[in-house]
Design a protein around this ligand. Structure first.
Ligand code: BG6
Length: 487
């Protein structure tokens, strides 16, 4: 009986969509958003935004004096990018930025996180700045402000000037940390009259291991553990030098912090023992970057585990690294570690993932909505953080443009609905999360996956550069308008 019903039901639905009568994004929130009750509201002044990064969307890689980055080199190395593409053209955002800001406006989101391409500003990484290097970002920022959208800049989203890689070994050298500090000061002097919040470095937790340890990301190196730990230390040092430089050369009151993919620990299930264990694990598993920034030292556990491969550092460097931050950005996608209390030292253990654990369209993107509750809650507790932003969260989806011109990304909506519920749970319990940036505004060059993975709210046809809102645009617009999730 049920089978019969569901077959007929299915046939009916299929028929409707063949006639072009499936629900349209515009229908999704027929009743004006503000008039619907909001059982699960976010705090007043909660910042809703979206995020992108320079190499993933800008294109225009040879324009206005831009130098090469390690991602130009890497993406043009055969076999490195799954679909053999590069960011040469990407979304042509360098020229289409006004249209793209229009997309943000359509969402009603009042904040936008973008990144500045270091090789546009200093084509050689250091030395003489390119006179045209910041012009594009000036235009972008002015256009954002004109549209009532608050700009949040990121200084480093993985596009290291190739010249620094060639001359000093990139992040293998503290010369690169110093160059980053200079670049940060230069940018701050120019844009902090309008950009009030700056993220220094995006996801050290990814590019250090992927780029320097496992050869997966640019620059594609497979260095021994000791060198990888030293690279991470240099990146932390670069963060500290940038904080100092921004304070010295930026407008007073400019806010600064990292945007880190915290090693996200989740208690296997909620008991006081497991929660406590997850707290301790959060501190230990993040000691190499977030921990040293926020505590000014590596934990004994981290140093013991690293043994002879531990990074070499001075007390002076630790002081620089641990300059106070104004906020901490956390990029949250998937649960990384489910933690249980243990009788054996160190008192906690990481549980193995069953092969059947569900994931989204990207295999690495396991579904764990509670991660966006636990990671900020535990981080706030462990390091006494007063202001957190979710600097990225989102998912890829098949994102097929249907014959009726629509993209029904119901899996993305399912993912976002569940994560945002947990985010609301966190804010309602007082976890100090002040804003959320959805990754991503539009489909873009997804690093080693090329254009095969789509994370955007807007679908992009990379042949025609046409942007089309997916169903999730209507979903997110509704959340933003109501500052609430659920009905
Ligand atoms: C984050 C990055 O790690 O995840 C983004 O900060 C990236 O730049 C996003 O696009 C998705 O990752 P991936 O590896 O699937 O492209």
């Amino acid at each position: 009986m049920f089978g019969k019903f569901s077959r007929r039901h299915f046939a009916k639905l299929a028929g409707l969509s063949a006639l072009g009568m499936a629900a349209r994004p515009a229908d999704a929130a027929a009743q004006p958003a503000a008039e619907r009750p909001s059982p699960a509201s976010f705090p007043k002044d909660f910042v809703w935004g979206t995020a992108t990064s320079a190499y993933q969307i800008e294109g225009a890689v040879n324009e206005d004096g831009r130098g090469r980055s390690i991602w130009d080199t890497f993406s043009h190395t055969p076999g490195k990018i799954e679909d053999g593409t590069s960011g040469d053209r990407a979304n042509e955002h360098y020229h289409r930025y006004k249209e793209d800001i229009g997309l943000i406006r359509e969402l009603g989101a009042r904040a936008y996180r973008f990144s500045i391409a270091w090789p546009r500003v200093f084509p050689e990484g250091t030395g003489k700045p390119n006179p045209k290097g910041l012009d594009f970002y000036d235009r972008l920022v002015d256009e954002l402000l004109k549209n009532g959208i608050e700009p949040y800049g990121t200084l480093y989203h993985w596009d290291l000037p190739q010249a620094l890689e060639d001359k000093v070994g990139g992040w293998r050298s503290s010369e690169t940390s110093k160059a980053f500090g200079d670049y940060a000061g230069h940018v701050a002097a120019r844009i902090t009259d309008r950009v009030r919040s700056i993220f220094t470095i995006n996801e050290a937790g990814r590019f250090v291991n992927f780029g320097y340890g496992w050869g997966i990301d640019a620059p594609g190196l497979k260095l021994p553990d000791a060198d990888v730990n030293q690279v991470r230390h240099h990146v932390a040092l670069a963060h500290g030098l940038a904080v100092q430089a921004i304070r010295a050369r930026g407008r007073a009151g400019t806010r600064v912090g990292p945007a880190e993919n915290i090693a996200a620990c989740v208690p296997a299930f909620d008991t006081p023992e497991n929660v406590r264990a997850a707290e301790v694990a959060t501190r230990e598993l993040n000691s190499g970057f977030l921990g040293v920034i926020l505590e000014g030292k590596y934990t004994d556990g981290f140093l013991q585990f690293a043994g002879k491969n531990a990074p070499k550092f001075t007390d002076e460097e630790l002081k620089i690294i641990s300059q106070p931050n104004d906020f901490v950005g956390l990029n949250i996608y998937a649960p990384q570690f489910y933690i249980a209390a243990s009788d054996k030292p160190p008192g906690w253990s990481v549980l193995p993932f069953p092969a059947s654990f569900p994931h989204m369209n990207s295999e690495w993107l396991r579904v764990g909505p509670e991660t966006i509750y636990w990671a900020p809650r535990l981080a706030a507790k462990v390091w006494n953080i007063e202001t957190i932003y979710i600097s990225e969260n989102g998912t890829s989806s098949e994102d097929k443009l249907r014959a009726d011109g629509q993209v029904y990304d119901l899996d993305r909506i399912m993912y976002l609905r569940n994560y945002l519920r947990q985010l609301q749970r966190a804010t309602s319990e007082g976890v100090p999360i002040r804003g959320y940036f959805l990754w991503s505004l539009m489909d873009n060059f997804e690093w080693i996956y090329g254009y095969e993975k789509r994370f955007g709210l807007y679908h992009v046809d990379f042949e025609t550069q046409r942007r089309t809102p997916k169903l999730s645009v209507a979903f997110y617009r509704d959340v933003v308008a109501r500052n609430a999730i659920g009905v």
